[in-house]
Design a protein around this ligand. Structure first.
Ligand code: SF4
Length: 309
């Protein structure tokens, strides 16, 4: 028993020291040497999805379903370019399978390569069985609104989150369908006591979709102010003061060169819409803003990112 505890303690200490070493050298490269050192690799592993959310037009086309070889080589390449943080997304990444491998094997391989922080962005409708990673699970509002957008899946998802043996963060995509009930949605998510934090995106999509379903102009500012007010009241929203102000003024530096996204066997800087100024101009990916501000050395954003690990 004592021997097991000593081994566990030693392994944990080694992991912590390694993480400190890697992020300290990242800070030296970024802040002192002013190098654009890669930070976050986003792997779009598939576009297969079991849901049909009204604002998503990029599912079940088949053009982004990667096979085993593409997944393995993209992860190895990303690691060798310097990435140490990884987000796996889709489609629904828990559905991914190729040559007998599934998402758990991808996570194990990423760990073996040396990725330090691994997250899987999922709709939560499948059991969240990996430990030592972060699951980011979409909750699109109050129970009733989420169920109307996401095929009545709220209780199933909550069951999986409660059974998870690891960190789970809720993510809300804010659109016309749920923005008006932001306060009750946040309070309901917190009341479940199942999530360690809440992140959000302002619906970011092609201009037609945003015009129909998104939030813009004064309304966008009002929503951001409400989110910030909730954060100040103590709700566990992942948003720094620096990122809030930058989102509000929409003046943050983009694309973020230290983020790379691999989709459909193509590598993009920041995200797939990097070549699409109409979308990029009104980007509402709050985590992208957070990373951009942290890389500028804003203490509140660095603190928020460290907390989110
Ligand atoms: S829309 Fe632009 S700024 Fe936002 S994530 Fe994509 S490339 Fe980056």
């Amino acid at each position: 028993m004592l021997k097991d505890w000593i081994i566990y303690w030693f392994v944990s200490l080694r992991k912590t020291l390694r993480r400190l070493w890697v992020y300290a050298s990242f800070a030296v490269d970024t802040f002192l040497l002013r190098r654009d050192r890669p930070y976050l690799f986003i792997l779009v592993i598939n576009d297969k999805c079991n849901l049909d959310c009204f604002y998503c037009t990029s599912k079940n086309t088949g053009q982004y379903d990667l096979d085993y070889a593409a997944v393995w080589s993209s992860l190895a390449d990303a690691y060798s370019r310097g990435h140490r943080a990884l987000v796996i997304t889709g489609g629904e990444p828990m559905l991914w399978q190729s040559e007998g491998a599934a998402i758990g094997d991808v996570i194990a391989y990423a760990r073996e390569l040396g990725f330090l922080d691994i997250a899987v962005f999922t709709n939560g409708t499948f059991p969240l069985e990996s430990d030592g990673i972060t699951f980011i699970v979409t909750i699109d509002g109050t129970r009733a609104t989420h169920n109307s957008i996401r095929a009545g899946t709220y209780d199933t998802i909550l069951g999986h989150v409660r059974a998870a043996n690891t960190r789970v963060v809720a993510s809300i995509t804010l659109s016309k369908a749920n923005a008006q009930e932001l306060d009750p949605a946040i309070k309901e998510i917190v009341a479940t006591r199942a999530f360690t934090g809440i992140t959000f995106n302002l619906l970011t999509h092609n201009p037609d979709i945003v015009a129909r379903y998104g939030i813009s102009g004064e309304e966008r500012l009002r929503i951001l102010d409400r989110i910030w007010r909730l954060k100040r009241q103590g709700y566990p929203i992942i948003l720094s003061r620096a990122a809030y102000l930058a989102l509000r003024a929409n003046n943050w530096k983009r694309p973020v060169k230290q983020i790379e996204l691999f989709a459909g066997k193509r590598l993009f800087t920041c995200c797939r819409d990097v070549g699409n100024p109409e979308i990029c101009r009104d980007c509402g990916y709050s985590s992208c803003v957070e990373i951009s501000k942290a890389l500028e050395g804003k203490p509140s954003a660095i603190f928020e990112l460290m907390k989110a690990k």
